[in-house]
Ligand binder design. Structure first.
Ligand SMILES: Nc1nc2c(c(=O)[nH]1)N[C@H]1C(S)=C(S)[C@@H](COP(=O)(O)O)O[C@H]1N2
Ligand SMILES: [Mo]
Length: 410
């Protein structure tokens, strides 16, 4: 515990692996790292079909599959490199001719149902690149560890979604003045296979639902949405925990109160209102917990892989992406001295609001040896990523600590 960077899980996972690559020693916790499962072990439909062989399987009941960061190098994430997070089982049969979307709830004037064909015909189509990041992305960095998938930082993607605006549909249906929230209902099966149970049914305040970029999507990267990402219809809400982007969408309920579906309570996608000590127990009630909304500022290094080796006196070219929930990223910086000094990186504007922004830089090293390259993003409100894990919370959400890679020079 006396190493300078071992507090709060600093070198766990990618860090450990990186160091092993550089110094060639064995990985102490190799037995605890997620492994690829053999396809013959798989009962349910195969989520790995059409995915890169390098994807990390966190679990297969339900399917949870993470992208190693170097796979996220593309500007727009291709399907084969997109993480999957399922709470239940993918619908067994999808009949797209009879697939409908119903808008109901206390705050609609009268419920209305559209077929898929009607939705596509009646409303204007829009296309956006949107960051969907699991609220628990980075969870493995918290100590004490919290339950849930032990994601590294690869439960994020920025794909291109096409669909119709939820606000256009809500205008067509007619929403009452007392609407405060929307909630989605989906066709995936609960793990128990009990049709009366929902695996997840979350939502957002009406203002977020009414944003231009909030889509009822039917296409991903120009093609039908793949089975595991919500075929044939999905709510897509960029910048917020991806759990609000309901896959296999069948109903949107317009609510006159905060939506109370599955995973809207307890510590699910909620954090303590006031900071608590790591491991501290707090009653998981509305009095003590608030719902996570916009995700915090974050950046990832997608090139090179951790463990890079370069010759002395050469420059290292680095690149990646940065995003900040509802906000734009204002600057990205890099450090080779554990955050003592920072140098600016070049940063591009997003393709559209709520898309990630690409950054790149060239780093010079003073001499041979072992280095870590750290990258830190700051959002338009002046809020930067912390260098160590931020406030511990029982669900292990919102870990946006700086990303780092190991580099050996000479
Ligand atoms: N119907 C339904 N929608 C869902 C989920 C789910 O289990 N069922 N998982 C949510 C969570 S927690 C995340 S992080 C994202 C993951 O999206 P992806 O699998 O397309 O990457 O989908 C969200 N939408
Ligand atoms: Mo998630």
């Amino acid at each position: 515990m006396n190493t300078p960077y071992n507090r709060r899980g600093f070198l766990k996972n990618s860090g450990l692996a990186a160091i092993a690559t550089v110094i060639g020693t064995e990985m102490v916790h190799a037995d605890k790292l997620p492994v690829q499962v053999a396809l013959s072990d798989v009962g349910e439909k195969d989520a790995l079909k059409g995915k890169s062989a390098e994807m990390i399987v966190q679990g297969d009941k339900p399917w949870n599959v993470e992208s190693p960061l170097h796979l996220l190098d593309d500007e727009v994430t291709p399907v084969e490199k997109m993480f999957i997070r399922n709470n239940g089982l993918v619908p067994e049969k999808v009949d797209i001719k009879n697939w409908t979307l119903t808008i109901d709830g206390e705050s609609v004037i009268a419920p209305k149902t559209y077929t898929l064909a009607e939705l596509k015909k009646k409303f204007k189509h829009h296309t956006y690149q949107l960051v969907l990041e699991c609220g628990g992305n980075g969870r493995s960095g918290y100590a004490p560890s919290t339950s849930g998938n032990q994601w590294g930082q690869g439960a994020v993607h920025c794909a291109q979604w096409t669909g119709v605006r939820l606000k256009d549909i809500l205008k067509d249906v007619g929403v009452k003045n007392d609407a405060v929230y929307i909630g989605y209902h989906s066709k995936d099966l609960h793990l128990s296979r009990d049709p009366k149970k929902e695996s997840i049914s979350r939502g957002v305040p009406i203002a977020k639902a009414m944003e231009d970029e909030t889509l009822i999507a039917f296409a991903l990267n120009g093609k039908d949405i793949p089975e595991f990402h919500g075929f044939p219809l999905r709510l897509v809400v960029g910048g917020w925990p991806a759990s609000v982007s309901g896959k296999w969408l069948s109903t949107i309920s317009v609510r006159n109160k905060v939506h109370d579906g599955a995973k809207m309570d307890g510590h699910s996608y909620r954090i303590p209102k006031s900071p608590i000590a790591p491991g501290q127990e707090v009653p998981q009630t509305d009095q003590y917990f608030i719902i996570i909304e916009s995700m915090p500022v974050k950046s990832i290094i997608t090139f090179p892989k951790s463990g890079a080796m370069i010759a002395e006196k050469t420059e290292l070219a680095l690149r990646g992406h940065a995003w900040a929930g509802d906000y734009a990223v204002k600057k990205v910086e890099s450090s080779i001295d554990f955050g003592a000094t920072w140098q600016p990186c070049s940063l591009q504007a997003p393709a559209n609001r709520l898309a990630w922004q690409h950054w790149n830089t060239k780093v010079k090293f003073p001499g041979h040896g072992y280095y870590e390259v750290w990258v830190r993003a700051t959002d338009e409100n002046g809020i930067a990523q912390p260098m160590v894990s931020p406030a511990w919370n029982p669900g292990g959400y919102l870990n946006n600590a700086c990303e780092r890679i190991a580099v050996k020079v000479g």
